[in-house]
Design a protein. Structure first.
Length: 180
């Protein structure tokens, strides 16, 4: 093969023809060639594998294909291919040999504190300390404002959770006043 040669590429038709074009997919890229430029292929000309069924991958397994994570969502015994559904929603039929199993990800369950959640404690300094450093003498007004906010809304929004948040800010205000 050399530049300028015309070649046929094995693609899959994924939508009904419209306005003389048909939507096809090749390696997760979709495009719309004209119908006259598309020719069906004979089943025996498609690359066949020796397997009669999937060997290591099963329907529902988390897999990677071409660097993308997704799920092997369906097996076609006629084409001996898996339907790979990527996490971004794209879909393509691929041979099992091009898929790699993904080890189950262990997700550490966070201990959730709705009053003082862990996302306020990321990095080298806690969020409240950064606010104190930024506001200086205005920090006391910030604490007082949050106490008022949570006491104002507690009956209509988050109930006891808001009362606990008001208490957290009140405790911090007391701590700041005692430190003077």
């Amino acid at each position: 093969m050399k530049p300028g040669d015309k070649v046929w590429v094995l693609c899959e038709v994924v939508d009904e023809p419209c306005h003389g074009k048909v939507k096809v997919v090749y390696c997760s890229l979709s495009f719309l060639p004209y119908l006259i430029d598309c020719k069906p292929i004979e089943p025996e000309s498609v690359e066949q594998t020796e397997t009669v069924g999937p060997k290591t991958i099963r329907v529902g397994d988390r897999v990677t294909w071409s660097g993308r994570k997704g799920v092997a969502s369906e097996w076609c015994k006629h084409t001996k291919k898996f339907r790979f559904q990527a996490d971004n929603g794209s879909v393509i039929w691929v041979f099992e040999s091009s898929l790699s199993p993904v080890e189950p990800e262990t997700v550490e369950q966070p201990t959730s504190d709705p009053v003082n959640p862990s996302h306020y404690k990321q990095g080298p300094i806690e969020c409240i300390e950064a606010i104190k450093a930024a506001l200086g003498v205005g920090f006391i007004a910030y604490l007082w404002g949050n106490i008022l906010k949570y006491l104002w809304r507690w009956p209509n929004k988050n109930g006891i959770e808001d009362l606990k948040k008001a208490m957290w800010y009140l405790d911090r205000l007391i701590q700041e006043e005692e430190a003077k």
